[in-house]
Design a protein around this ligand. Structure first.
Ligand code: LUZ
Ligand code: MOS
Length: 753
């Protein structure tokens, strides 16, 4: 089925926050944020702004009626600064005015004084000074010390991966309206309507039932709106509460870039030990996560880094530790992959380091260590339905790894200025929120008396096509035309206590709940037919909108059936709940079965480097991906292509830069380069793994949102290999992104990163 949003998007008819038709008395908010990264004794003089014509209010921390606290996991983040400032871009005051222009003019009139304090911007600095968000986490299996002593080869190195800007096309924003009895209705561009509801209620000091959050769709989220859509919604709710008028706030791109957190930069180190047969016997890693100034989701992201630290390999002796380091940067947050990519980049670096030292292609080590059925993952989960080897063999059969390598070698033998490189990147990504209690969802289905259907779930559409999948599930279960079905907005009053649309799990969790709701309704409708025709329920079927008894068509169609059911006072509404079975994790032992299943895949990326300029092109990407039995190949291919581009961008060109004062230097699209149509691989071939699929996933179609991002890691090592082809002296540097500047240094330089 075609994505149900395609037509609306192409015609510009789809509604985003900025398209909401606001009431005529709507006020507009602008946020004053800090220009220093660390200070105390904050004083704000708002008199100039307050007397500016058209300004309705200037809101400070002291005006908050409830708690000035938006922290989700740890209560360490004020909505508005009180005495202390912890990062540049931290919100200090909200100016509310008749127009956006007036609000922005007036915010310049606020006088800020404070006492500046020393600034920390890197994880290492923070660790040296003992600045942590929470205590470290450590996972382990076997005995690494003993295993390293017995290894034939042991290698160590350091790895850096940089942050990444989400760059959702629709910037952060929200709109609030006052309803009667002190209630507030919020429209928010959020992945987590319930997070917004809960935190807004806390800030206003009201109960959650007074706050209704409604989400039509997002112009992209990528994790950036899992937790960090919340403050803007709190601010408009607060302003509405205080002024009694509707309030709208949409960040401009510049404010959004400097005020919101990004993917976490990681400074890591590894030690890897192998035997003569290239079996990895031991692996040890320390991850320093640059968490920024507050916890946000950092502890959960750190946890996922540990879960994915061995990627798709079986390693019998593993020890990992992660420190969430507190720095004076905007709190870093969820980003597609959620710490997994950072973990995988380190193990892949370790393998490349070993391959370089042993003078063999890295893929020989990758291949020799792939997970097999019933292997124990180092956090205790026994790997079931493992597809790592299947992906590899199907890939080799279709694309021929040796042939790709030979083409590259013969090109390199005959070219001087241009060199090609190839790298393989296997992936294994765990599906479920690692925080087990979050793995549940609900769906509410109404069949109206005219036969049309309305569906509400907790799923947020952010371009990933989840609404299309929900519609397919209902249409398929009822066996009725899709035109009869409407996807309602995501709304906390219709579906409550939702987990954010995140962790690649949205279609699985909400889809399973929806399937249950539709099945119950169908059962009820069949009973109506059974009573009317005096036949057994088992003999009844609805097919293509028509009612069949014992495969014989009756003169009842869907509309007649629904109307008869309504007339007989049968309930045509169902609410169903789904909670992932079997999953658990014991944090006291750091062992368990946290994931419903894993998604596997293998990519080969080839690149050509211009060895005069240091520039490169991604030539080809070939992928065998484990979609399970895809519900919607068009939507799922789109997810793989988008994730791949985002992963390649992270690894090769997107370079977040802060100066030592904690100022974001890459604060515009002139200084922060993301993949565009010219930098996408010229040729992308994606083949679906031949597989049965998995019952823990919706209709055996596996989760697809995040896993393919990690194929992008292959781009780093493909370029790395091209550099080696030009400069045999070059010793691998594991310091991403691989920008053209770095490529040039590595082509000619001694070992600078
Ligand atoms: N969000 C979250 C996520 O809260 N928990 C997770 O495990 C997760 N994983 C991936 C992406 N977002
Ligand atoms: Mo996410 S990184 O919000 O799935």
């Amino acid at each position: 089925m075609k994505n149900i949003d395609s037509n609306g998007h192409v015609r510009g008819e789809s509604l985003f926050i900025d398209d909401i038709i606001t009431k005529s008395n709507t006020l507009h908010a602008a946020v004053l944020s800090s220009v220093v990264a660390h200070a105390n004794q904050l004083q704000l003089d708002i008199s100039g702004a307050l007397s500016f014509p058209g300004v309705e209010a200037v809101i400070l921390a002291k005006d908050i009626p409830g708690e000035n606290q938006i922290g989700g996991i740890i209560f360490d983040e004020p909505l508005l600064a009180e005495d202390e400032i912890h990062f540049q871009g931290q919100p200090l005051a909200i100016v509310v005015a008749e127009s956006n222009f007036i609000a922005r003019q007036a915010r310049k009139l606020i006088k800020v004084t404070c006492n500046q304090l020393p600034v920390i911007t890197t994880a290492k600095q923070a660790k040296q000074q003992g600045g942590f968000i929470n205590p470290p986490r450590s996972f382990g299996m076997g005995d690494v010390e003993k295993a390293f002593a017995e290894c034939d080869y042991v290698f160590e190195d350091e790895v850096f991966s940089n942050g990444q800007e989400h760059l959702y096309l629709e910037t952060q924003g929200a709109y609030a309206e006052r309803m009667e009895n002190g209630c507030i209705k919020l429209m928010s561009s959020t992945q987590g309507p319930t997070v917004v509801q809960r935190i807004t209620a806390r800030v206003l000091g009201v109960s959650m039932n007074k706050i209704e959050v409604d989400v039509t769709r997002l112009g992209g989220g990528f994790g950036g709106k899992e937790d960090q859509a919340t403050p803007w919604a709190c601010m408009v709710a607060l302003a509405t509460h205080l002024t009694q008028k509707p309030v709208k706030l949409i960040l401009d791109r510049h404010d959004d870039l400097k005020m919101t957190g990004k993917r976490h930069p990681y400074e890591s180190s590894f030690k890897i030990g192998l035997d003569k047969n290239l079996k990895i016997k031991a692996f040890q890693a320390e991850f320093l996560q640059n968490s920024g100034a507050a916890a946000d989701l950092s502890p959960a992201i750190a946890e996922r880094t540990l879960f994915h630290a061995t990627n798709s390999y079986f390693i019998p002796n593993v020890k990992t530790v992660v420190h969430s380091c507190k720095t004076n940067l905007p709190p870093n947050t969820a980003f597609r992959g959620f710490g997994g990519p950072q973990g995988k980049f380190v193990i892949e670096s370790a393998i490349v380091k070993a391959a370089e030292q042993l003078n063999i292609p890295a893929w020989k080590i990758q291949k020799a260590n792939l997970l097999q059925e019933n292997d124990e993952l180092y956090y205790g989960q026994i790997a079931e339905n493992v597809e790592a080897q299947n992906c590899w063999s199907q890939f080799d059969k279709t694309f021929k790894i040796n042939k790709i390598q030979k083409e590259i070698d013969s090109f390199n033998d005959t070219n001087k200025q241009f060199k090609k490189g190839m790298a393989l990147m296997p992936i294994c990504f765990g599906i479920s929120f690692t925080n087990t209690p979050m793995n549940h969802a609900r769906a509410l289905v109404h069949i109206y008396q005219d036969g049309s259907v309305g569906i509400s779930t907790g799923a947020v559409e952010m371009g990933q096509g989840v609404n299309t999948k929900m519609l397919q599930i209902a249409a398929q279960t009822f066996s009725i035309p899709e035109q009869l079905i409407k996807l309602e907005t995501t709304n906390t009053t219709r579906v409550a206590n939702t987990s954010p649309s995140a962790a690649s799990s949205t279609a699985d969790l909400n889809g399973k709940a929806l399937l249950k709701a539709c099945q119950s309704l169908l059962e009820r409708l069949k009973h109506v037919v059974a009573d009317e025709f005096s036949v057994g329920v088992d003999l009844i079927e609805i097919n293509n909108g028509r009612v069949f008894i014992q495969q014989k068509e009756t003169d009842w169609d869907w509309n007649k059936l629904v109307f008869e059911a309504f007339w007989k006072r049968v309930c045509l509404t169902e609410n169903a709940h789904y909670a992932t079975p079997k999953i658990q994790f014991d944090k006291t032992k750091e062992k368990g079965h946290p994931f419903a299943y894993h998604v596997y895949g293998l990519a080969a990326i080839t690149t050509t480097v211009d060895c005069l300029l240091g520039t490169y092109e991604i030539d080809r990407v070939k992928i065998v991906h484990d979609f399970g039995q895809s519900m919607n190949p068009g939507v799922d291919m789109g997810q793989v292509e988008g994730a791949l581009a985002q992963g390649i961008g992270w690894m090769t060109m997107e370079e977040i830069a802060y100066n030592n004062d904690g100022k974001l230097l890459s604060n515009a699209l002139s200084t922060y380069k993301i993949p565009d149509v010219f930098s996408i691989a010229k040729d992308i071939q994606i083949e679906s793994l031949k597989t049965e699929g998995n019952d823990m996933a919706i209709l055996k179609s596996k989760a697809v949102g995040e896993p393919p991002l990690m194929y992008g890691i292959g781009a780093y090592f493909a370029i790395n290999n091209a550099i080696k082809a030009f400069n045999p002296q070059y010793q691998c540097q594991f310091h991403a992104p691989m920008t053209p500047e770095k490529v040039l240094m590595r082509l000619y330089g001694k070992n600078s990163s």
